[in-house]
Design a binder for this molecule. Sequence first.
Ligand SMILES: [Zn+2]
Ligand SMILES: [Zn+2]
Length: 190
Amino acid sequence: MSGRATCRICWGTASSGPGGRLVAPCRCTGSVRHVHEGCLAQWRVGPPARTHCEICHTRFRMPAGPGALLAGAAQAAWCVVRLVWPAALLAAAAWQGVQWGARAAVGPEQRQRERERLREDRAQQRRQRQCVARQRWQQKRREWQRRQQERRLQQNRQEQQQDMDAVGAVKLAWAATQVLLAAGKAGRPR
Ligand SMILES: [Zn+2]
Ligand SMILES: [Zn+2]
């Protein structure tokens, strides 16, 4: 099987693998001796990052070439990510802290002013509410008065009607009495 070298990572040959040239980066021999430059580059970067062969424990020799360049770039990128990410987190935290500090340092007088403005707004709202309530109450009162007046008027009218009815009844009775008296006078025998 020594006639045809294969990559120990992807099992591809020099022509079939994706990683370009086959290289021997450590002291391993036999079927695990060769590896593609690109495969090794990815393998080294990880994660986890590997600097040594896990079989013979020698440090990987990075051959010069496009694969090595790629590996270097990948490693650099990985380092940047690893370094920049916590740095970015730290910066964000610091920025937050600065903002907090600024807010704390705004000073008590501005906060006091803000509080006063808030209180004034609330007072204004309360006044408006009271005004509206008073208007509503006055309207209700006016309506009640109007209704009361109407009722009184109706009562008057009814009373007048009753009076007139009573007068009519008395008149009728009077007329009937007159008629009866007249009839009695006329019908009395002499
Ligand atoms: Zn490979
Ligand atoms: Zn090895």
